[in-house]
Design a protein around this ligand. Sequence first.
Ligand SMILES: [Ca+2]
Ligand SMILES: [Ca+2]
Length: 84
Amino acid sequence: MFTSLTTRTAAALLLTAGGAFAMSDAAVSADKNGDGMLTIDEIQAAFPDVSTDTFTTIDANADGLLDEAEISAAEEAGILPTGS
Ligand SMILES: [Ca+2]
Ligand SMILES: [Ca+2]
């Protein structure tokens, strides 16, 4: 019982932290509510230079939120500053 709980917890942690995408520390700390997504407000609080046009460009699926894949793609493209 304890073992299966531990396994599930480890799997959940892996899902949260792992994956093919890696956001920069700057993007992670921009995520004020910790939901793993960045809103325009969270982006502009951390990166005041990012315009709404830029946000729209980064938001590939146009849901109004930047997910990990969108953020790391933008960072790789140099659209989004990585902070340091
Ligand atoms: Ca957020
Ligand atoms: Ca999106």
